[in-house]
Design a protein around this ligand. Sequence first.
Ligand SMILES: Nc1ncnc2c1ncn2[C@@H]1O[C@H](COP(=O)(O)OP(=O)(O)OP(=O)(O)O)[C@@H](O)[C@H]1O
Ligand SMILES: [Mg+2]
Length: 516
Amino acid sequence: MLAITKSVALQGLDGYMVSIQVDISSGIPQFEIVGLPDASVKESKERVKTAIRNCQWEFLSRKIVVNLAPADIRKEGSAFDLPIAIGILVASQGEKDNVVQNFLENTIIVGELSLNGKVEKVKGILPICLEAQKLGYHKIILPKENANEVSMINGIDIFPVSHLKEVMEHLNGEGVLKKLQVREVDTKNTGVYPFDFSEVKGQENAKRALEIAAAGGHNCLLIGSPGSGKTMLAKRLPSILPDMSWEEMMEVTKIYSIEGYTSENEPIIKTRPFRSPHHTITATSLIGGGRNPRPGEISLAHYGILFLDELPEFPQNILEMLREPLEDKVVTISRLNASTDYPCHFILIASMNPCPCGYYGSKHRQCNCRPEQIKKYLNRISGPLLDRMDLYVEADHVEYNKLDSKEVLETSAQIRKRVNQARKLQRERYQRDGIFTNAELTPKLLEKFCQLDRKSKKILETAFQKLGLSARAYERILKVARTIADLEEKETIQEIHIAEAIQYRSLDRKYWKEES
Ligand SMILES: Nc1ncnc2c1ncn2[C@@H]1O[C@H](COP(=O)(O)OP(=O)(O)OP(=O)(O)O)[C@@H](O)[C@H]1O
Ligand SMILES: [Mg+2]
C-alpha cells in the first residue's frame, strides 16, 4: 500500500517540492524515514507515531518506509510531521478513491504535530506558501496558528487546520476543510517611531549626512567624542528611511518568517529593519550559517540598516567578513550537501570614538592619548572597510546654548518626505538598469548618470590631487553628489553638490592620513 503526499522545504528563501512517499508492507514491523532526513526530521517518527495512537487510530505493526524525495537534499525541521502522518493513515486504509488521490496530488501539506495530534505552528510559512504557489499548486494545508501570516496571499487556497483529525475527516468525507478568506493588508507605513530627529540638538552636519545616507543608500561612519550623540543619531535613522515597496516588504518578511520573527498581529514587516548587534557577536550570527543554515544579522538588516556601534570594539576578523556581503548584497553559505543564499542589501552605519580617550580632534577637550595609541586604535578598522564608507562625518561636543535652546527643530517626518522624493527620482531613473539607489551605481552607469560640468570637474580635480584620493573614493564622491542633487530634485550635478560630497570624504584623511 503506497500513499504520496506533497510538501515544500526551504533552502534559503527559496523552496522546493518534497514528495513524501509512504509504503506499508508486510514484513518485520519497523518504521523508517529515508531521503537524507536530518536529526530534526528523524524525531518526527516518534511524534507521528504517538499522535496517530493518541487519536485512537491504529499504528500498523508492519514495515513502514517513508521516503522524502528528492533524496539528495538534506531535509530539516518539523514541518513534514503532518504530511507524513497523513501519508501513513491513508496508506493504512488500503484502496484510495480517485477523489482522495487527486486531493493529495494537488495539495501541499505542512505542519508540526504535537503528541495529541494538534497541528503546531512552523517557521518560514510565508516563503513556503509563496513557493507552493510558484510551483503551480492551488491548495495548501497549514497550521491554523500560521494562517494570519499568509492571509494576504492571493491565488492559492489556504486551508488552516488545528488538528490531524480535521484533515482525515476531510479525506474520509466526514467533514469539510474551510478555506481561509484573503485579507487585504494595509501596507502604508504608520509613520510612528519611538524616536525623532527633532530631539537631537545641534549636529546639523551629522543629521545632513544621515539624510544623504538614507536617500541614496550610502554607508556612513560617525566619528566623535563621547556623549556627542552618535548612538542617539543612529537610533533615529529608521524614522527617516524611505517607505518600502510591496516587493521589499515581502522579501524582508520572508527572512523574518524563516526565523519565526513574524507574528499574527504583525504578519508583514512594513518598516525597514534596524539591526544593532553587540560587538561580542559571533561570525555565524553576523553573517549567517550554522549546521542548519540560518540568516545572520546582515540578512535581518536586508533593505534596512546594520548599525555597528563602537566599531573598533568589533574583532577585526568579524569586520573583514563584511567586505564581500557589502559589495555582493548576498551571502552564500556553503555546506556539504547544498549552498544557501540569503540576500543582505543593507546600509552600514558605524560609529566610533577617534581614540581610546575619545577626544582626539575635539575642539573642546584635550586628548591625552599618545600618538601610537591613537594610531593603533584607528588601525583596528582596515583600509578596505573604510573604503566602503561613502560618508564620513564628525559629531563633536554640542554647545550648551544649543542643548538649552527651545528652537523647534525639523522632525523626522519632514526629512523623510525629502528622502522619499529623492528615492522616487532614483527609482524612475534606474528602472531599466536593475538598481534602485545611487549607492549601487556601477562605473558604466556613473558615466551615464553623473556627468559633471566644467566647473564641477575642476573642483573635483583639485580635491583629488590635494587629498590624494583613490579611484574608489572618486567614484564614491560622484555617487554622493548624485544623491545630494536628487535631494534638491536637480537632474544635473552642480558645483555645490560635488563640493559637499568631497567634504564627506575629507575626514578620513584627517584621521587615517598616514595610511592612505
Ligand atoms: N546632540 C544632542 N542633543 C540632545 N541630546 C544629546 C545630544 N547628544 C547627546 N545627548 C544626550 O546624551 C546622551 C548620550 O548620547 P549618545 O549615547 O548618543 O552619545 P555617543 O556619541 O554615542 O557617546 P559614546 O561615544 O560614549 O558612545 C543621549 O542619550 C542624549 O540624552
Ligand atoms: Mg555611543
